[in-house]
Ligand binder design. Structure first.
Ligand SMILES: Cc1cc2nc3c(=O)[nH]c(=O)nc-3n(C[C@H](O)[C@H](O)[C@H](O)COP(=O)(O)OP(=O)(O)OC[C@H]3O[C@@H](n4cnc5c(N)ncnc54)[C@H](O)[C@@H]3O)c2cc1C
Length: 312
């Protein structure tokens, strides 16, 4: 059903324009997109529609489920971004999350969604790539880029072997890896590996049952990890923040929060799963959050579980 809507939309849009970029001898690709997350996939669609056909998308992950973070290290139940934000469809509504979701579950179900469930977003992106037939090569990692004379040499690794490809342009859509790497503070680096993990790691939360957990940091991933640990049966979670206050990110501004939802970082930890909930000492809450009756103290660093309500 979603395929039908997308194909009909694409038919009305017309085929992508033929490639107009002159072929340059000795160059493998006009464009290489590094990363097949939602940014890389969207760029691929944009290039298709711009008549730039000789492009290739590479992703270091072994396959689609291991790529990006939606099915790996993101632990929130729902996206933080509002469901109505424009997305990878680039204005082509038949390719939007809403079109996909409504085709599967009906308009009422979409209307009833407050935020997009994380697995649904991953499934939508998977469908988007398939229906657009995006040429993605998984298991191909960019190691270094070397400038040539009007082009680039890309040193790649694939199936353990090094390979070299050339491209006129490169789009870096490699997510967090494009701007840094997981950092474990030096003071913790000497701990045995079983005692410390970064939120970018696949964490075995089941092994934390009954344990007291310290979470360093107090932004989205920290609160997601804290809540997941409590849901998995940790006895206590303590968050440590360098800042004296935790600021809500604009995208999850307090005014945005529906009464039935817990979407700010601190509200999300107030309740943590069907079996357990975390109580946090109320303190300098923002008034609006406190008025929802389920707020945590933004500067509190200590969460202890008690039986009760559910996490949003
Ligand atoms: C906990 C958490 C919650 C988030 N929630 C939201 C949200 O609700 N809404 C939202 O819009 N955003 C959210 N984000 C931000 C989110 O990461 C981005 O919006 C989204 O993943 C960005 O997509 P991307 O395609 O740019 O990068 P990614 O999805 O990170 O994809 C990058 C890809 O590049 C690949 N790659 C990396 N290095 C290389 C290399 N050297 N060679 C080849 N491939 C490489 C990776 O394998 C990966 O598949 C959240 C982030 C976190 C951590």
């Amino acid at each position: 059903m979603p395929d039908h809507i997308a194909r009909q939309t694409l038919r009305l849009l017309g085929p992508p324009p033929p490639n107009w970029v002159p072929i340059r001898a000795g160059i493998d690709h006009d464009v290489v997109i590094v990363g097949a997350g939602h940014s890389g996939s969207t760029f691929a669609f944009a290039l298709q529609r711009a008549g730039i056909a000789r492009f290739s998308v590479i992703d270091a992950a072994s396959d689609e489920t291991a790529a990006s973070l939606w099915l790996t290290t993101a632990r929130m139940h729902q996206l933080r971004t509002p469901k109505s934000l424009p997305g990878p469809e680039l204005g082509v509504q038949g390719l939007s999350f809403q079109a996909w979701y409504e085709a599967l579950y009906g308009p009422e179900a979409y209307a009833a969604l407050e935020r997009i469930p994380r697995p649904a977003w991953a499934a939508y992106l998977s469908w988007y790539r398939r229906v657009l037939d995006l040429p993605i090569r998984y298991g191909v990692k960019l190691l270094t880029i070397e400038p040539g004379d009007g082009y680039f040499r890309l040193h790649l690794q694939s199936e353990g072997a090094a390979r070299l490809e050339t491209a006129r342009k490169i789009i870096l859509a490699n997510g967090v890896a494009g701007s840094g790497y997981p950092f474990v503070p030096e003071v913790l680096a000497a701990l045995p590996p079983a005692r410390v993990a970064h939120t970018a790691d696949r964490i075995d939360f089941g092994s934390l049952q009954g344990r007291r957990i310290a979470v360093v940091g107090a932004a989205a991933s920290a609160f997601d990890a804290a809540a997941t640990a409590l849901e998995a049966g940790a006895s206590e979670v303590h968050l440590f923040a360098r800042r004296p206050e935790i600021a809500a990110r604009p995208v999850i501004a307090c005014a945005d929060i529906p009464a039935s939802m817990t979407t700010t970082p601190f509200c999300r930890t107030v309740s943590a799963g069907p079996r357990r909930s975390a109580s946090v000492t109320p303190g300098r809450c923002r008034r609006r959050i406190r008025s929802r009756g389920r707020c945590a103290d933004p500067i509190s660093t200590s969460i202890s579980p008690r039986p009760g309500s559910t996490r949003g």
